[in-house]
Design a protein around this ligand. Structure first.
Ligand code: F0G
Length: 374
């Protein structure tokens, strides 16, 4: 028996809408670590177990690879020669990678000037056609849907159900690692595909068919055997300037430093409300300053470097643990959706460790060390 990990389709095939003879387009995504936080819980002085699912360690540095292996596998099996997506950066990075792997064309629509450098670099180096639109993600999404009706391209945004099926595997991995579902699951919400996918995965493992059935694809059926009896309470967090779930309606002109979730008109609106309502969860919002402070805290206290949008899950968990909304004794999982290296500019701007410039001699280096030993 080989133990070589070959990606999430190989691992969870019976629970995914993929035929046995389908050519799988994979970069061996998934299987990301579930890391217990060791230092932040003691700052909170609460007896709570917090674990982070570090999706930044996927092949293109975000959770999007989970959905993209499914979406591109399906597109290629249908004979598609090109894919297209609107993106705040991570979807485009993943789409570019899986299109390259499959040998098909990739078109990405990104918002003008509002995408982190690392993400832009990923789409460019992989040979995608990058279309920078003078508008935001929501404009890009509208245009992708319009062009998808008239051009021979497959849309690989999360309105594509295969994306949701790929992304649901994060819940499977968490339950497989913990031996049960966590009590609370905290995550950022932008276009809302990911909260939809998490909830689908948890429901499927719990054998709750009603929700799972609404994501049936033409490839169905897949294994819905009961594995666990429990689902977590879903806590979705948004940036204050881009918080349609808090306002109760889509918003124009969303703004936030967390450009990944700079979205005003989420496509999975109804599904996200279902996840929140049925899990007895909630939405909350955080300012840019709070988001950045948490990104820095995770890096300084735990050595984990995630992108700003991802840090909001830990900001939310910390607030709700402090207030007692998440009670002591709970097990909390936070999804860290993307790697900090995606957006080095934002990290450098808020770093409190200035780079010390010295002459290339021992005395100066020694002085720099002694001055800074705490
Ligand atoms: N975190 C990161 C790092 C993201 O890139 C995204 C979405 C989210 C959270 C929110 O997930 O949209 O499923 O609610 N990024 C998309 C993109 C929009 O184009 O890369 P969601």
């Amino acid at each position: 028996m080989t133990t070589h990990y070959k990606g999430l389709i190989d691992r969870y095939r019976s629970r995914l809408p993929v035929k046995n003879d389908t050519r799988v387009i994979t970069l061996h995504e998934g299987n990301t670590p579930l890391i217990p936080l060791e230092n932040i819980p003691s700052i909170l002085r609460k007896d709570v177990k917090i674990l982070v699912k570090f999706e930044g360690l996927n092949p293109t540095g975000s959770f999007k690879d989970r959905g993209m292996t499914m979406a591109v596998t399906q597109a290629v099996s249908e004979g598609s020669k090109a894919i297209i997506c609107a993106s705040t950066g991570n979807t485009s990075a993943a789409a570019a990678a899986y299109a390259s792997r499959a040998g098909i064309r990739c078109f990405v629509l990104i918002p003008d000037g509002k995408i982190a450098q690392g993400k832009l670099a990923q789409a460019m180096i992989k040979g995608s056609v990058v279309i920078q639109i003078l508008g935001n993600f929501d404009d890009g999404m509208r245009l992708v849907k319009e062009v998808g009706d008239s051009a021979p391209v497959t849309i690989v945004n999360s309105i594509n159900p295969y994306r949701i099926h790929g992304q649901k595997t994060i819940a499977f991995e968490i339950i497989d690692a913990l031996g049960r579902a966590p009590d609370y699951h905290c995550l950022p919400v932008g276009n809302a595909g990911n909260i939809t996918a998490h909830w689908l995965g948890y429901c499927e493992y719990a054998g709750i068919a009603a929700y799972a059935d609404s994501f049936q694809t033409e490839q169905g059926p897949y294994n819905k055997d009961k594995v666990t009896t429990k689902t977590p309470i879903m806590c979705g967090y948004q940036a204050s300037g881009s918080a349609p779930f808090l306002r109760g309606h889509p918003i124009d002109n969303p703004e936030t430093v967390a450009t990944a979730i700079r979205i005003g008109n989420p496509q999975s609106w109804d599904q996200a409300w279902t996840a929140s309502r049925d899990s007895k969860g909630w939405f909350d919002e955080f300012t840019d300053a709070e988001i950045l402070a948490t990104q820095k805290l995770l890096a300084e206290k735990e050595g984990i470097f995630c992108e700003p949008a991802s840090a909001i899950s830990v900001a939310g968990a910390m607030k709700d643990i402090r207030s007692g909304k998440i009670p002591e004794g709970s097990t909390v999982v936070c999804t860290l959706t993307g790697h900090g290296l995606k957006d080095p500019d934002t990290a450098i701007k808020q770093s409190s460790s200035p780079v010390i410039r010295v002459e290339a001699n021992l005395a100066q280096v020694q002085k720099a060390i002694l001055d800074n030993l705490k």
